[in-house]
Ligand binder design. Structure first.
Ligand code: NAP
Length: 249
């Protein structure tokens, strides 16, 4: 693959599985120096790191909890200390705690908002100074179409993803004068551990509603991240791009 991201430093949160892993693989294969995070899965993170390093790519996993300010600060400080710059931040780490609102606990609400929305706030805040002094940067937030359309049983998750859209647009405006572009990708239904939890009936229901009649592969989200990292998207900021097989139309 073309090394069009050679010399770029990228941070990908939640890079140890699913969509995040595909993003790590894609950016690294195009020459980026990738720092990825995991929280609970050190073995899996190590296996990916070893495999890609053996292949001559630059990937380093660091344990970090995006919902914790100190942990995020240590992550960003370590990257800046090691390489002195950050070109790309991909806020991908996310969780679900699905249940109907009537049964949703305060913890279900807080955990999801803390990881999916506060996590992105903390990482954006931490990378901002470095990107501003470089007068260059790309921030890509992984939202969801349910942040636009809503979904029963996911009030916490949908609220977090809707919040990410507001964060994306506000930061796009705040940071535009420093040439930092901020965009959001809103996937539909992607085959990962997160959607493994769905019943066969739920999956079949989803698939019939998707105009393209199938779930996305993680790589199909990663390729859109690569677009937002590349010079091909140099005049796009503050946008939400649905990558959903037409589901949200
Ligand atoms: P996944 O397979 O469940 O992977 C989640 C990743 O996030 C893992 O790498 C996990 O680390 C990490 N993580 C979880 N909590 C964290 C925390 N507090 N701090 C740092 N890392 C944390 O999820 P996915 O399906 O790939 O989803 C990735 C993103 O896409 C999420 O933001 C999700 O909301 C969004 N999305 C997914 C779909 C879909 O259909 N799958 C659709 C729309 C949007 P460990 O491996 O260490 O646990």
């Amino acid at each position: 693959m073309d090394k069009r991201f050679a010399g770029k430093v990228a941070i990908v949160t939640g890079g140890s599985r699913g969509i995040g892993e595909a993003i790590v693989r894609r950016l690294a294969s195009e020459g980026a120096r990738v720092y990825a995070t995991y929280i609970s899965n050190p073995e899996r993170a190590k296996n990916i790191q070893d495999e890609l390093t053996k292949d001559g790519q630059s990937v380093r996993f660091i344990q970090a909890d995006v919902s914790n300010e100190q942990s995020v600060k240590e992550l960003i400080d370590e990257v800046v200390k090691e390489v002195g710059r950050i070109d790309v931040l991909v806020n991908n780490a996310g969780i679900t705690r699905d249940t109907l609102l009537m049964r949703m606990s305060e913890t279900d609400w807080d955990d999801v908002l803390d990881t999916n929305l506060k996590g992105a706030f903390l990482t954006c805040k931490s990378v901002c100074r470095t990107m501003m002094s470089q007068r260059k940067g790309r921030i890509i937030n992984i939202g969801s179409i349910v942040g636009i359309n809503g979904n029963p049983g996911q009030a916490n998750y949908c609220a977090s993803k809707a919040g990410l859209i507001g964060l994306t647009k506000s930061l796009a405006k705040e940071l535009s004068s420093r040439n930092i572009l901020v965009n959001c990708i809103a996937p539909g239904f992607v085959e990962t551990d997160m959607t493994d939890k769905l019943t066969e009936e739920q999956r079949a229901g989803f698939s019939t509603q998707i105009p393209l009649k199938r779930a996305a592969k993680s790589e199909e989200i990663a390729s859109v991240v690569a677009f937002f990292v590349s010079d091909d998207s140099s005049y796009i900021t503050g946008q939400v791009l649905c990558v959903d097989g037409g589901l949200a139309m």
